[in-house]
Design a protein around this ligand. Structure first.
Ligand code: SAM
Length: 334
């Protein structure tokens, strides 16, 4: 099937899809969601076949990189079947990269099957190496499983990037150790600023840590050399001379990277969000479940490209009565 490529009003070609396969998670990171999170009704979530069909529709329109995410993608029971089916699109099918973002708790079981299905690189979210701190931050005592998962990923030959949210008064003091440890393991690291997405129990402003502050601290310890590498994402990279590893910074709050945006996100219920930082969406599930999915999907994609906003406008502000975006990161897909 050939279809009109996805190009928005600002002539940005969309080649990268982040597809959420579930909004459920086995952790409850305090900055991400409340302990008693309301999850989507299961009946609203796309079936495995629908996720596959939708992915093929994106690939037919020029998407070459597909990241499975969530919630925690590896808690969805049939997840590995989807990875295997999508793995068959690698190469001649038009897909160049199939990857996922995970918290690592179930990687010990899934690292090998992921590699066998064609996954080569994964992102693992890890904010601290201190077990007590992890248990407090994630509200689950799961650091041992995550470390076991990381070891399994390494043994399976998966290239790992560690993503850590930088949090003032939580893990700020530990970031150099976390980076040095990860680089020692052969993993790249990316630091992320906390974003105002969805209601949580606390005020994110209390822990908001601008990455220019972190960068200055790291520069007082190490030699950071700009690295022009881009992986198609919003991170800017440096090489750390002393550790021999690569470090990325994702700065949605302190600097804007939207001009080079090449991606869109689809929730587990088939809602296409053109921007993580916006409310605009197009219902792909309705198109998929219509009498004429091909025509309806084409119309939905055209509408989405006409509506993709030029840039996000996050601000993190103690005075804000509500988060900038009402959806949690776990709903849109990280
Ligand atoms: N469960 C998977 C994981 O842990 O990577 C995928 C989904 S998770 C929502 C994706 C990433 O979003 C994680 O790195 C998490 O730390 C990050 N995240 C969650 N809420 C965030 C927020 N409000 N601001 C910035 N990053 C956030």
């Amino acid at each position: 099937m050939s279809a009109a490529p996805l190009v928005d009003r600002f002539a940005r070609a969309i080649t990268y899809l982040r597809l959420s396969v579930t909004d459920r998670c086995d952790l409850r990171c305090t900055y991400c969601m409340p302990e008693r999170m309301t999850f989507l009704p299961r009946a609203d979530v796309l079936s495995l076949e629908e996720l596959h069909q939708l992915s093929l529709a994106f690939i037919a329109r020029g998407v070459t990189k597909l990241r499975l995410t969530g919630g925690e993608p590896l808690v969805r029971r049939d997840m590995i079947d989807l990875v295997q089916a999508l793995g068959r699109q690698l190469g001649e099918g038009g897909l160049k990269e199939l990857t996922l973002t995970t918290n690592g708790t179930r990687l010990a079981e899934f690292a090998e099957p992921l590699r066998a299905a064609g996954v080569r690189r994964i992102n693992v979210s890890l904010d601290t190496l201190d077990r007590a701190r992890f248990a407090e931050l994630a509200r689950r005592d799961s650091l041992p499983q995550v470390l076991e998962g990381l070891a399994a990923a390494k043994a399976a030959g998966l290239k790992v990037k560690i993503n850590a949210v930088a949090l003032k008064g939580v893990n700020q003091d530990e970031l150099p150790d976390l980076i040095a440890w990860a680089h020692g393991q052969g993993h790249d690291v990316t630091l992320i600023e906390v974003m105002p997405l969805g209601e949580i129990e606390e005020d994110r402003f209390d822990h908001y840590l601008p990455l220019d502050v972190v960068r200055r601290d790291l520069e007082s310890r190490w030699t950071l050399a700009a690295n022009a590498a881009t992986t198609g994402g919003p991170a800017r990279y440096v090489d750390v001379a002393e550790t021999g590893g690569r470090l990325g910074f994702i700065t949605p709050l302190t600097s804007n990277f939207c001009a080079g945006c090449n991606r869109v996100r689809v929730t587990a219920t088939g809602q296409l969000y053109m921007c993580l930082g916006g409310e605009g969406r197009v219902d792909l599930r309705a198109a998929l479940r219509s009498a004429d999915p091909e025509t309806e999907l084409a119309a939905a994609f055209a509408r989405a490209m006409g509506e993709k906003q030029e840039r996000h406008a996050f601000a993190i502000d103690r005075r804000a009565a509500a988060p900038a975006v009402s959806r949690h990161m776990s709903t849109t897909g990280g």
